[in-house]
Design a protein around this ligand. Structure first.
Ligand code: ATP
Ligand code: MG
Length: 165
């Protein structure tokens, strides 16, 4: 039982999701708090649920165009109140290809969500959200963490809301 006035803050949140809709719901909770220039790095094996999480992000951002795997297009742009650039590093050879596809411009006017972000660590901006997804029995284990003042605060808020503080 948490103490009534205890403030337990954490800059890391680990949850189990039993179905795609639950993974999307976490994406939507994060997406609702994101701002232009935020970078979301998604890591996890094939079929883990990275695109599924980004679909939720899009809902949270208010993006209306359907979000599908961008695998053959390095960056797909989704207009909206807070626009989303959905990128995928799975098939690229280096971060230069992401740059050529417009990563820097995307970070100026959109939220950027990058699947397989661990393939191009040099392309990450200084501040970021990190979403690590793993298979976990029948569902998935999501770990949300962050670097930077605002992202860390957002993850703490999500973690506090989750633990009922
Ligand atoms: N708890 C869950 N969360 C997310 N996806 C789930 C879950 N349970 C089952 N799934 C299924 O797993 C698949 C996840 O696919 P998705 O395209 O999101 O993965 P991905 O990590 O983007 O894959 P890729 O590496 O090919 O880009 C979907 O078919 C989805 O229905
Ligand atoms: Mg995907």
């Amino acid at each position: 039982m948490p103490m009534p006035d205890a403030t337990v803050t954490s800059d890391r949140l680990v949850v189990h999701t039993a179905a795609p809709a639950e993974t999307q719901a976490w994406g939507a909770r994060l997406g609702a708090r994101l701002r232009v220039g935020d970078f979301v790095a998604l890591c996890g094996p094939l079929g883990a649920g990275k695109t599924c999480f980004v679909q939720g992000l899009g809902q949270g951002l208010g993006v209306e165009s359907p979000i599908t795997s961008p695998t053959f297009i390095i960056i797909r742009q989704h207009p909206g109140p807070v626009p989303l650039c959905h990128a995928d590093a799975y098939r690229i050879a280096s971060g230069e290809e992401l740059e050529d596809a417009g990563l820097t411009e995307c970070l100026r006017d959109s939220v950027v969500a990058l699947e397989w972000a661990d393939q191009v660590p040099a392309s990450w901006p200084q501040d970021f959200y990190l979403i690590q997804i793993a298979f976990d029995n029948d569902g998935r284990r999501l770990e949300l963490s962050a670097r930077g003042e605002y992202p860390t605060q957002v993850v703490s808020e999500l973690a506090d809301a989750y633990s009922g503080n």
